[in-house]
Design a protein around this ligand. Structure first.
Ligand SMILES: [Mg+2]
Length: 199
């Protein structure tokens, strides 16, 4: 992971361009990438008080909201394996940016690294359907703006909305998580899937 990670960091800093010696060939440096949804994929948040929380925090914009939540069982085992499998780790939630930042702080503090990129609602494409607004996460954005390899990029998400613009194999629907402490989906399905990719 280290070589490609360095490329991403350089690009983020706007370096690596401007002379032939440091020129990066994007064709050669497409990154294997995992894009992670948060709500009901890795965590379960509620604005109502729940017992036995893994995190609680308060956000005062745009409303005064308290959040209470649980982390899906085996999240830390799952996240710990990602750097050995993917060049680039992206979080993309349809939540508001300040909420997403809080959740990332809560869960990644326990795994020893931070995502290369954190995207939120403002990065989604919005549409209005019968049941209100939908927030789409077109992976094309990841391919073009973050040098992700379309052949080796996967979005893990519990939402059918995400499937509408990102059909399999790039989008992998996960079983929604609603706070069950006995949930074993990541252990039984997602971690074995990662292991198939790394061989
Ligand atoms: Mg979700």
């Amino acid at each position: 992971m280290s070589d490609n990670k360095e490329v991403v960091n350089n690009l983020t800093l706007g370096q690596g361009f401007g002379n032939n010696q440091g020129m990066i060939s994007m064709e050669q440096k497409k990154l294997s990438t995992i894009v992670l949804d948060l709500d009901n994929t890795l965590i379960s948040s509620s604005e109502k008080i729940i017992d036995d929380t893994d995190y609680t925090f308060f956000i005062h914009e745009p409303n005064y909201d308290n959040y209470f939540g649980r982390v899906r069982p085996y999240v830390y085992d799952f996240l710990a394996l990602l750097p050995t499998t993917f060049d680039q780790i992206i979080v993309w939630s349809a939540g508001r940016a300040n909420y997403v930042d809080h959740i990332c702080y809560c869960i990644f503090a326990n795994v020893g690294y931070v995502p290369h990129v954190i995207l939120s609602r403002k990065d989604c494409v919005e549409s209005t359907g019968d049941k209100g607004k939908k927030y789409h996460k077109p992976l094309q954005k990841i391919f073009t703006e973050y040098y992700a390899d379309p052949q080796r990029t996967y979005l893990l998400d519990d939402s059918k909305v995400s499937m509408e613009h990102n059909p399999p194999p790039n989008c992998i629907m996960v079983k929604p998580y609603f706070g069950d402490r006995t949930d074993t989906y990541l252990r039984d399905v997602s971690i074995p899937w990662l292991q198939t990719l790394s061989h």
